[in-house]
Design a protein around this ligand. Structure first.
Ligand SMILES: [Zn+2]
Length: 285
């Protein structure tokens, strides 16, 4: 069957699908010798599940045997290992620049002056793991993966945050930093990479807050039946950015003021005297 490495998409599944010592044959229908597609899709990421289900299964039910997949005859040879290694070295330069780019993106996400909640959401979105209908459907938590806002397409992170017509309206608002931006991205990471390489930090901050607002609006619709229009949502995001800025500036200002006034007003007590500081509050109710 060849050598493949796949990652379990979420080890903490809401429904226990397999035992921890399960083997590959538990993903295959015994008699028909076909993949148990629903089970594979529930356990692995979408693209990996597709890849697994495309692996042909022998209908003869022959015993497993070790095959060296890098040579035509399936037998190990030093020559094939040498050429495989050479190919890896050739591609290494490209891979290194990719991983450098990813590292820069992550560093910037954590350095953004947005709130912790915004950063956490962004991290989830970039990893493709927010509880969208698409992700919940794969884990058999909901029975369909359609977007609850437009009811037209599969609700992936890319869809809800960028492609959904309701999100397009928000991104097209007059003061949007990404108004008239290109729309054809493969996944949400590609969208963010583009923002990251073309926009300055302040605009990225607005966009990160906007993304979190879009997700909260989606949740408000699903759980409370409420929905905010594009201008209201855009204004909310801008207010969120301002509030964070103020919150970050205020402590520094008030700290400075307090230190200054203390320096002016406070005097050490005279010898044999002691200063006692007290505080009191009154509840008038
Ligand atoms: Zn939609």
């Amino acid at each position: 069957m060849g050598a493949y490495t796949f990652h379990i998409s979420n080890p903490i599944l809401p429904i226990k699908l397999l035992e921890s010592n399960a083997t590959v044959d538990e993903l295959i229908e015994g008699e028909s010798k076909t993949w148990k597609k629903d089970l594979v899709q529930a356990i692995f990421r979408q693209e990996e599940a597709k890849c697994i289900c495309n692996i042909p299964i022998s209908i003869k039910g022959m015993d497993d045997k070790v095959i060296w997949g890098l040579s035509d005859k399936g037998l190990f040879s030093v020559k094939s290992a040498y050429f495989t290694d050479l190919e890896k070295i050739k591609h290494k330069t490209g891979e290194t620049s990719n991983s450098d780019q990813n590292e820069r993106i992550w560093r910037k996400v954590w350095r953004l002056t947005s709130s912790g909640k915004v950063k956490q959401f962004l991290w989830k979105a970039l990893n493709g793991i927010p509880p969208t209908r698409s992700n919940l459907f794969k884990r058999m938590v909901v029975d369909n993966s359609t977007c609850p806002i437009c009811n037209r397409e599969e609700e992936t992170a890319l869809h809800v945050l960028w492609d959904c017509p309701a999100s397009v309206d928000v991104w097209s608002e007059e003061f949007s930093p990404v108004k008239k931006w290109r729309r054809n991205y493969a996944d949400f990471m590609s969208v963010w990479s583009d923002f990251h390489s073309k926009l300055e930090d302040e605009k990225l901050h607005i966009i990160a807050t906007m993304l979190h607002c879009l997700w909260r609006r989606r949740n408000d619709l699903v759980f409370e039946g409420k929905f905010k229009g594009p201008s209201v949502l855009f204004q909310l995001a801008l207010q969120g950015v301002e509030a964070i800025k103020l919150a970050q500036e205020k402590p520094r200002e008030s700290q400075l003021r307090t230190t200054d006034s203390l320096r002016i007003l406070w005097r050490p007590p005279r010898l044999e005297f002691m200063k006692v500081y007290v505080d009191a509050a009154l509840d008038t109710k």
